[in-house]
Design a protein around this ligand. Structure first.
Ligand SMILES: [Zn+2]
Length: 228
């Protein structure tokens, strides 16, 4: 699972997106003032000053989090900063957004091989960066991948992998909501029941799925849980 979260002091107070290895995506955006419809563009105008965190949670192994300041108006620059700091891989990014889509181009140097000539590598990196920099938002949004790559890098031998499909899928479930309630403990849950008039409503903030727990559901859930 990889997630990107940014928090700032701008009209958009938080954005978060995550993707797992099945290519299931979900995301959320939170506004400082829920009635506001911010019109700005770029990280600076929308999120303001703050931090961006990228978290990688492998199925096995340790969770890794890299945090970078949002010191540029461009999401691409903030992420380039992350790659340089955390992965130590030279990375450049270009994004484009349209009415119905956003697309991106990422150029990344793989770890250097022992026998590689560093001068030659540097030269390739610079040339590829210069070529990629000529990409326009229209090309990013409208051109099929193969055409775009050909237009930018036709002097190089290229290998195009099969595209992978991404889909929106939320990982919430009634069971997870029940676990969250259970972890609150009996006192807290009984207080919630009272506040919400004899039932507890849980809305998933990612997909708006609605879970209702009645007093009887809560009793079954907490049945074995002793009073604190
Ligand atoms: Zn959900």
């Amino acid at each position: 699972m990889i997630s990107l979260q940014a928090q700032g002091d701008g009209p958009v107070s938080m954005v978060m997106a995550e993707c797992n290895h099945h290519r299931d995506l979900r995301g959320i955006i939170r506004l400082a003032d829920p009635s506001d419809r911010p019109q700005g563009r770029g990280v600076g105008e929308l999120l303001g000053k703050g931090i961006m965190a990228i978290t990688i949670e492998p199925e096995r192994g340790e969770r890794y989090q890299g945090v970078v300041p949002m010191d540029s108006d461009s999401l691409a620059h903030c992420l380039e900063h992350y790659f340089l700091q955390s992965e130590q891989l030279k990375t450049r990014l270009w994004f484009a957004t349209g009415e119905k889509a956003c697309t991106g181009l990422m150029l990344q140097a793989l770890p250097t091989q022992k026998h590689a000539d560093p001068d030659e590598n540097r030269e390739h990196w610079e040339t590829l960066g210069t070529l990629a920099s000529t990409v326009t938002p229209e090309e990013l949004l409208d051109l099929p991948h193969a055409d775009l790559l050909y237009r930018l890098f036709n002097e190089y031998q290229l290998r195009l992998f099969e595209p992978g499909k991404l889909r929106f899928k939320c990982s919430c479930s009634r069971e997870r909501s029940a676990n969250a309630l259970f972890s609150l403990g009996r006192d807290e849950v009984e207080l919630l029941l009272e506040e919400q008039g004899g039932k507890i409503d849980i809305d998933c903030q990612f997909c708006n799925q609605h879970y209702v727990f009645t007093a009887a559901d809560v009793e079954t859930l907490l049945g074995d849980q002793r009073l604190h």
